[in-house]
Design a protein around this ligand. Sequence first.
Ligand code: SF4
Ligand code: F3S
Length: 80
Amino acid sequence: TYVIAEPCIGVKDASCVEVCPVDCIHSDDEADQYFIDPNECIDCGVCAEVCPVEAIFFEDDLPEKWASYLIKNREYFENR
Ligand code: SF4
Ligand code: F3S
């Protein structure tokens, strides 16, 4: 899965949402960033290419300092 990390916080540009072919990137007014549903993401990578702040990474390429975002993205979808 791809993962959205810290640079999205406070930016929420949403260009990624426009290009995702499976519509698996979501947020809401209370969330400070967008999140990728790991059960729906097909690893196409187009979201990462369009994000203006380079917030999106393939899980294996996620910088170590943002490792917690793998869980943070998954948890957003757990009670929905
Ligand atoms: Fe959507 Fe592709 Fe990004 Fe996964 S990698 S969130 S399928 S645009
Ligand atoms: Fe955030 Fe970048 Fe998408 S800022 S909403 S991950 S385009």
